[in-house]
Design a protein around this ligand. Structure first.
Ligand SMILES: Cc1ncc(COP(=O)(O)O)c(C=O)c1O
Length: 378
């Protein structure tokens, strides 16, 4: 018997319109990181998220790099960041020669703990070692408690750049996730809720800042014909072809969020009677996009570990993953400072990410559910 068809964790989901839009770029011959399709993507992204301005870039990682550069982060500065995250939002701290400090997440949101942040900033202030920037992360499509974080940081005049790479389409209170920070970084990597193949967006209500980001992303070229540079920049602009895919994907974002939320709810119902199996909580201040459906397995009551479940699923061609490995556990950051890590540690040890793609058919999700239940009850 042939292997059952592979069920991926979070594959791209095209609407079909993207092809036409890419065709428009071919027709205009703007096969470059310049042209009207990029402006259109930026404008439509702003219309959807409420940000005043946005720069389409080649990745979320690049967007964070430029954000930290514009905030003057430099050698030896501390930058504080949520411990439970993917490295893409953290590496740029090192690109700047700065020093990361990892802060634990709250158990009820899995995002940066605002109470812990307040305590830690109070201590750091007394000791004269305040961070230059604070980076909360919207984990798995759930917004951090941004207003509380910004209010706390404002008291010390510390800018907040939210790593909203995973939260395109998510809501915080009555607005889009990420709006309200000094800057927000989004990702359109191939595994995200909508994709441009690869790409990112740096967004803000500060239009001058975003204009500077665009300039830095195109080699910091002075507006003269003879290629003059007064500072170094980057080659980080999003190509037009990718922006065309993004315009098509934005059109279906609401549907993609609704479908991911439906997938999450279907898992929640299917596993409701399994003792020790808990779905990722949803914060009462927002609506997550449920980019990934994630659950935890309580080791006191569940005999199998996430790694065992992942291995069993893999044998049946189903892709599951552990929760992000916390940053303080990463060999590359082994000298970085951190305080308590108990929530991140527990979520890494017990968390399991399930196939969550919006194109997943009901029969595929039933296969995943059968697989998980049979492993957990064996
Ligand atoms: C939390 C987080 N931060 C940053 C990134 C980096 O984004 P990109 O892959 O577009 O560089 C990602 C995703 O890839 C992410 O999930």
């Amino acid at each position: 018997m042939s292997d059952p068809e592979r069920i991926f964790l979070s594959p791209p989901h095209m609407s079909g319109r993207e092809r036409d839009l890419v065709g428009e770029v071919f027709d205009s011959n703007f096969i470059a990181p310049a042209g009207p399709m990029i402006t259109r993507f930026e404008n439509e992204f702003c219309a959807l998220t409420g940000h005043k301005s946005a720069a389409a870039l080649s990745s979320g990682t690049g967007a964070m790099d430029i954000a930290l550069r514009m905030l003057g982060v430099t050698t030896g500065d501390e930058v504080w960041v949520a411990n439970l995250t993917f490295i893409g939002g953290v590496s740029p701290i090192l690109y700047r020669g700065a020093v990361p400090r990892f802060l634990d997440v709250a158990a009820n949101t899995w995002t940066l703990d605002p109470d812990l942040l307040k305590d830690e900033l109070g201590k750091a202030d007394k000791e004269g070692r305040l961070p230059k920037v604070v980076i909360p992360v919207d984990l798995y499509g759930q917004s951090c408690d941004l207003d509380r974080i910004v209010t706390t940081c404002d008291a010390y005049d510390i800018p907040v750049v939210v790593d909203a790479a995973e939260s395109v389409g998510a809501r915080y209170k009555d607005r889009h996730a990420g709006k309200g920070a000094r800057m927000a970084v989004y990702s359109f990597n191939g595994n995200k809720i909508i994709t441009t193949a690869g790409g990112g967006m740096l967004a803000s209500d500060d239009e001058e800042l975003i204009a500077r980001a665009r300039y830095l992303s195109q080699q910091a070229r002075q507006p003269v014909p003879h290629y003059e540079h007064t500072e170094t920049g980057y080659n980080y602009r999003m190509p037009s072809l990718c922006a065309a895919v993004g315009v098509g994907q934005l059109e279906v974002l609401a549907e993609r969020v609704a479908r991911r939320r439906e997938i999450f709810d279907t898992y929640a119902q299917a596993f409701a009677d399994l003792e020790g199996v808990d779905m990722m909580p949803e914060a009462d201040y927002g609506t997550a996009n449920r980019w990934l459906s994630v659950l935890t397995l309580d080791p006191e009551t569940v005999a199998k570990s996430p790694m065992e479940v992942i291995a069993a699923a893999e044998k049946n061609n189903i892709e599951c993953r552990p929760v992000w490995k916390p940053m303080h556990e990463q060999p590359v950051f082994n000298t970085a400072a951190h305080g308590a890590t108990s929530v991140s540690d527990r979520l890494f040890a017990t968390g399991l990410c399930l196939p969550s793609g919006s194109s997943m058919r009901a029969v595929d999700q039933e296969r995943v559910i059968r697989q998980i239940i049979s492993t957990l009850t064996a």
